[in-house]
Design a protein around this ligand. Structure first.
Ligand code: SF4
Length: 393
């Protein structure tokens, strides 16, 4: 049975297409390393060393840990590690890391929990037979209370709400309860290193059961998508950080043109087509406005002259005054009366868009589905590019 993990599920939830590229196609991409990832990984290594040495009763001082940190930094840091945040340099991050380690050391050097595992990896078998990957930064206990700990170097503080709804560590507490039969309490603990604070959370057995069911449901959805080879793209703010953009039909063209000099960029067939199309749409909307303006003027003209036909060189415009009905804003009552009086079937129209949406969501009765056919269709929608300022090329 395949193994699932929190990141596998999160990737599918964020964008099924990215899930396919990453986990199924194993598409190779150049992963640009960011300074945040580099720092996070390094801090994890240092804290692992701290607890390992403590476990073996080896003297570990803050100075030794900081030297260990600096040595790895100097050995592994390279100029191609990306610093995105404006105004910051790698040196700022290096100092931040030292502060995280120093604060953590001061707070936990005398921690009296028994360390059971560091960077622990294992698997849980879910009731449906699938496996769940377990990877804990630190696992410890004090008597029958167990602690599943995670180090976070994020620049944002995890709230209690975030902690109480976190799936990753909660799933690990299922593993702890399974492996350690004396575990009366499992405390999930996030060390928020940038803030020198910890956030903790606990789950009741009912909550864990519900969580496990939700996880199995999500796995079923993934397996269904795999069976049907149905992995729609889900565009969101996360696309900005997606490593698979060059393989994603929503961004392949952008990747092709974005580094071209303006001259070549303007000559790209796609760019020319979209520019012309948006120009036409703009003109059409202006013409529509013009049309409405002229219709108003024609009506005024016909009213002033007291005529119902105005003549041009080759055409005649008939201007007729008539009446139209205006329905009340709240339509329930009139709909009920129309139904009661047997008029509804005659005047109601099928809401095509809603029907189509129900069809593709699979929420229609089989008898209705049997009456509907599908065929390939193309639609174009035009929107402003979010990655360029107004007037920028
Ligand atoms: S760029 Fe966005 S839509 Fe495309 S695969 Fe990545 S996350 Fe999905």
């Amino acid at each position: 049975m395949p193994t699932y993990s929190n990141s596998k599920l999160s990737t599918f939830e964020n964008c099924p297409f990215q899930y396919k590229l990453h986990y199924l196609d194993k598409t190779e991409v150049e992963q640009e390393q960011t300074i945040e990832l580099f720092l996070g990984d390094l801090v994890h290594q240092v804290l692992e060393k701290m607890h390992k040495d403590m476990k073996f009763k080896k003297r570990v001082s803050k100075a030794i840990l900081l030297k260990f940190y600096k040595d790895i930094w100097d050995k592994d840091y390279s100029e191609d590690i990306r610093v995105v945040k404006e105004g910051l340099t790698a040196e700022n991050y290096k100092k931040m890391g030292m502060k995280y380690i120093s604060d953590y050391y001061d707070s936990y050097k005398k921690e009296d929990m028994t360390i059971l595992g560091l960077e622990t990896q294992d698997r849980i078998t879910l009731p449906d037979g699938n496996s769940w990957h377990v990877r804990m930064d630190k696992l410890g206990c004090k008597g029958d209370t167990y602690f599943v700990c995670d180090y976070k170097t994020n620049a944002w503080m995890k709230t209690q709400e975030d902690a109480d709804s976190d799936r990753q560590l909660a799933m690990y507490s299922i593993w702890v309860k399974d492996k350690f039969k004396d575990a009366r309490k499992v405390i999930l603990k996030w060390h928020m290193l940038a803030f020198n604070k910890e956030v903790t959370s606990e789950r009741t057995p009912q909550q864990l059961e519900t969580l496990q069911k939700e996880v199995m449901e999500r796995i079923k959805e993934i397996q269904k998508a795999e069976k049907e080879n149905n992995f729609p793209r889900k565009q969101s703010a996360l696309c900005a950080y997606c490593a698979y953009k060059e393989h994603c039909p929503s961004f392949i063209h952008l990747a092709k043109i974005q580094d071209k000099p303006t001259e070549k960029f303007k000559k790209d067939d796609g760019v020319k087509l979209v520019d012309s199309y948006s120009e036409i749409k703009k003109k059409l909307s202006e013409l529509q406005q013009n049309k409405e303006e002229f219709e108003g003027k024609l009506i005024e003209y016909a009213k002033q002259l007291g005529v119902d036909a105005v003549y041009g060189s080759n055409n005649v415009a008939k201007v007729k005054e008539g009446m139209k009905i205006v329905l009340p804003e709240e339509k329930e009552e009139i709909i009920a009366i129309l139904k009661e009086k047997g008029l509804w079937d005659e005047v109601a129209m099928i809401n095509f868009m809603r029907l189509q949406s129900h069809y593709f969501k699979g929420s229609l009765h089989k008898d209705i589905i049997d009456k509907i056919k599908t065929e390939k269709d193309w639609r174009i929608s035009l929107s402003k590019r979010k990655d360029v300022e107004e007037g920028e090329e």
